[in-house]
Design a binder for this molecule. Structure first.
Ligand code: ZN
Length: 276
């Protein structure tokens, strides 16, 4: 992405507000957005609304074991709820923040669709990677949205030698940098350009086989995946600016909300055995 000053990329600015006071402590946001709004109205300056995403790091919501929730796709509000998972790590927390923020800026569990666990979608939005990230350029546990497009993938003809085909402008070299691939909750050896050991048996088989990556009992054909970084939506509610500052601009997106703002995107459920 190019910026007016000639630089490229985006910067994430995390502003940590005050802690929720003990008198407002809520161990279970239930119903989640009603309780969220109570906190937001008290702890978040409304004038920041058009510019900020508001995140609450909490314990539980709706009495469930979900790791977090986004208020819509896209949206301005997100909740991360790993509080009950006593042994959650900094990596899991960071991954979940990035995942929920991803929904806030327009990403779905399959990138453009809701199909989770697509083997050819190499993004933290895919549940396989929310808690782990990727190994990129030899660095482990890098949390990232997808940077490469991978050709369509047929579960019925999974082939470890043909593996992933690139979609231009993604190149083999781009995928070769990505390893730490995970399928059916197992991390496999190799990178996304080489032969890929989809079934994790530490052997590259030449014969095609059928594999149910999303555990839905159906042999799916997943379309080519997207490069998330080219698809991010930065405006949340469809406008940027603040009339008080003399600038307010609607971005005129055709679909302001792919999901109505008050609908929810409940995310990865943590094993309830981890609850404390
Ligand atoms: Zn999610």
């Amino acid at each position: 992405m190019s910026n007016p000053d000639g630089s490229t990329g985006v910067s994430l600015h995390l502003v940590v507000d005050q802690q929720i006071a003990a008198v407002d402590a809520d161990p279970d946001l239930n119903p989640v957005w009603k309780d969220f709004d109570k906190l937001k109205s008290k702890y978040f300056a409304a004038s920041r609304g058009p510019f900020f995403h508001y995140m609450v790091i909490a314990n539980h919501y709706n009495g469930d074991y979900s790791s977090g929730i986004s208020r819509g796709i896209p949206a301005h509000d997100l909740v991360v709820t790993l509080g009950y998972a006593g042994d959650s790590t900094a990596l899991e927390l960071a991954g979940t923040i990035m995942h929920e923020l991803g929904h806030n800026i327009g990403l779905r569990h399959g990138g453009t669709d809701d199909a989770n666990y697509k083997p050819n979608y190499l993004s933290i939005m895919n549940y396989e990677y929310q808690f782990y990230g990727f190994t990129i350029g030899g660095v482990a546990n890098v949390l990232d949205y997808s940077r490469v497009r991978v050709a369509s993938f047929n579960e019925a003809t999974t082939n470890e030698v043909a593996a992933f085909a690139p979609v231009a402008p993604a190149r083999e070299a781009d995928r070769a940098r990505i390893s730490g691939l995970r399928f059916n909750e197992v991390q496999v050896i190799g990178n996304a350009s080489n032969n890929v050991d989809f079934n994790g048996d530490e052997d590259i088989s030449t014969a095609s086989y059928s594999r149910d990556f999303n555990r839905n009992g159906v042999a799916d054909v997943f379309p080519a995946s997207q490069n998330d970084w080219t698809a991010l939506l930065y405006d949340g509610g469809g406008q940027i600016g603040d009339p008080a500052l003399g600038f307010l601009q609607s971005l005129n997106r055709e679909e302001l909300f792919l999901v109505a703002p008050d609908e929810m995107e409940p995310c990865l459920t943590v094993d309830p055995s981890r609850a404390r």
